[in-house]
Design a protein around this ligand. Structure first.
Ligand code: SF4
Length: 408
């Protein structure tokens, strides 16, 4: 989402005559799009912001993203940040930068209606909404990004149509919780289907689903349309019902596993990935074992594993962070080991098979890309293949990568 926000910021400023600076130390304005999901990302901002201002005291330093609305961050960086910009206030930015300027477009519109300057010529993120109403107790997003707001379906479809006619090969619809999408007569499953039915050759992805809201209708739409990539990122966060309740996730492990079962029945080849937090306040060893068991049963292809760290202003930050750092790291390591096994087992089915790969980068004589199910593939080839969908015959599989030969 932050990447997509930065693309909108770039296009917005260009429309007012700004251009990308070649050197951050001589730029007239510097924008930091911040993330508060992990402490590490937050800490980088505390180092970076004063450094930018020290090297370039005349620049206007603008801070947007998750940290822009936090009073503790504003206090800490008050001497170096010139403009605090909640991302939904993007249409007002020019007035904040140049108060005397008069020729200004609509300052009251939705920031999502501002078209981005896409950073790629073949793959694009298309936000369908912003904000979150779920209030998971560990998460800073609802207070940072505000309540859920969704883009009209016609606007989303128009942006996708333009991308397809410009030759984009991959579109990813994004929102904090796509399943809550509602606009005009469209829920998310209906929007996804409408985008998939647009004429043209392209791959369609989305992120992220909330397990409490993922519908049978969505699973059926995914299973029934070739353009929709069968990769589902379904954050479990924990596998113990008591921990899930303390996280305010509003589903149970039974519901989650039933969902996995439905997905695997409808799409046996689908890849499923997840997010897990280990060491949430009060998580006992037995409760962690429940998470490990769910983790084994779900047979994930990939997982983003995080050790709990309190995010300022969230309810979980007021809970007692009573799992030691050593125990958190042990729990993460245990899940990592399960993941290595399940990912390798899942990848075995690709051995000696031909897969379609969208090449996204090249180094020397090697190309790197993704399959429709989001496996990373390496094969021989050069940068002329970047942005193309190629066929690769897989001759080696590892837990987190497939290796093969280009099929001519
Ligand atoms: S669903 Fe939960 S974790 Fe995801 S953005 Fe909303 S509050 Fe955060």
């Amino acid at each position: 989402m932050n990447e997509s926000d930065s693309e909108r910021l770039a296009n917005y400023l260009e429309s007012y005559g700004y251009a990308l600076a070649q050197n951050i130390n001589t730029a007239g304005a510097v924008i930091l799009t911040t993330c508060a999901v992990r402490q590490m990302a937050e800490d980088r901002v505390y180092g970076l912001a004063p450094q930018i201002k020290a090297n370039n005291p005349n620049c206007k330093l603008i801070l947007t993203g998750c940290l822009s609305g936090r009073s503790d961050v504003q206090e800490r960086l008050k001497d170096v940040v010139d403009i605090w910009l909640p991302i939904f206030s993007l249409p007002k930015l020019i007035k904040l930068l140049e108060p005397e300027r008069t020729e200004i477009n609509d300052e009251t519109g939705s920031y999502l209606s501002i078209l981005p300057r896409y950073s790629s010529t073949f793959t694009a993120f298309v936000p369908i909404g912003n904000g979150c109403d779920n209030w998971c107790t560990y998460c800073a997003v609802p207070s940072a990004r505000g309540r859920e707001v969704y883009r009209p379906a016609e606007e989303v479809l128009a942006e996708c149509r333009a991308l397809i006619s410009a030759g984009y090969k991959e579109i990813t619809l994004i929102a904090q919780n796509v399943n809550s999408y509602q606009s005009d007569d469209y829920n998310f499953a209906q929007l996804l289907k409408a985008v998939a039915e647009l004429p043209g050759e392209f791959w369609l992805r989305y992120a992220t689903s909330h397990p409490k809201d993922m519908s049978d209708e969505l699973i059926a739409v995914m299973a029934g349309n070739q353009k929709i990539c069968q990769h589902i990122h379904l954050p479990a966060q924990a596998g113990d019902n008591e921990v899930l309740a303390r996280m305010n996730r509003k589903y149970t492990r039974e519901h989650y596993l039933a969902l996995i079962n439905k997905i695997r029945t409808a799409m046996p080849e689908a890849a499923i990935t997840t997010d897990i937090i280990v060491g949430f306040p009060g998580e006992t060893h037995e409760q962690f074992l429940c998470t490990a068991e769910l983790f084994r049963q779900a047979k994930y292809d990939l997982a983003y594993l995080a050790e709990f760290s309190p995010r300022s202003g969230t309810p979980a930050a007021r809970m007692i962070d009573d799992v030691s750092a050593g125990e958190k790291s042990q729990r993460k390591k245990a899940l990592d080991e399960i993941l290595s096994r399940t990912a390798l087992e899942n990848n075995q089915k690709f051995l000696n098979q031909e897969v379609e790969v969208l090449v996204n980068s090249a180094r020397g004589e090697r190309c790197f890309g993704k399959t429709k199910t989001y496996q990373t593939v390496q094969c021989q080839g050069d940068k002329s293949l970047v942005g193309q969908v190629v066929k690769v015959k897989i001759n080696e599989v590892k837990n987190f990568g497939l290796y093969g030969e280009l099929v001519k």
